[in-house]
Design a protein around this ligand. Sequence first.
Ligand code: SF4
Ligand code: F3S
Ligand code: FES
Length: 247
Amino acid sequence: MKRHFRVWRGDSSGGDLEDFDVEVNDGEVVLDIIHRLQATEAPDLACRWNCKAGKCGSCSMEINGMPRLGCMTRMSTFTAAETITITPLRTFPVIRDLVTDVSFNYEKARETPAFAPPAGVAPGQYRMQQIDVERSQEFRKCIECYLCQNTCHVVRDHEENKEAFSGPRFFIRAAELDMHPLDDRTDRKQHAQQSQGLGFCNITKCCTEVCPEHIKITDNAIIPMKERVVDRRYDPLVRLGRKIFRR
Ligand code: SF4
Ligand code: F3S
Ligand code: FES
């Protein structure tokens, strides 16, 4: 059956939606349609992908305005009459067609302080309780698709916030290391608040909604971090200590 598609074509200087009618077979996903277009009418259509199994995080795009993985979005998601509009991630600069420059995320990764084991404990000597392993296991499922980063309104609508805001993907990294019993950097929470822009997040949960790994970014990482920052800030003993030592 033929279905109608609109695909954004262009580069950093601008572009437009191009119309295509494409044959769709049972069980296909949006990435199959992009591949069919590349094999037929649009051989130069640029699209980043790698695994076609929802694991490499490369094929992030917006499908009918919703940030999704092209390889995990079944055509059966849409009604037969629906036009399927495919556009690049809106938060990052377009390189060409559906390919965007996601280096913002690599910069934020570099700014996130690395795991710091205690002095004298070498790799191979790390010992953890299973419960501590399990606590942060959820965050390790991240495939770095950056759909959450693309969705968060703090940067999606405000280019000017990009410098001060690391985004949900790096809040889960901070939370993961904060829960790590061998991480010797004491103040992951303060770092998230002061240098990663945790305070910009107003818990809209849009990041959680689009995460293909179903990581509870807001409930399990952001909110606990925010609560602990607040606890510390308003703890009467900590406040008293701050006053005394500031003198
Ligand atoms: Fe993608 Fe989820 Fe990781 Fe964000 S947290 S980069 S949405 S897998
Ligand atoms: Fe953004 Fe997620 Fe917070 S979408 S505002 S980081 S809850
Ligand atoms: Fe790897 Fe889609 S191609 S996640």
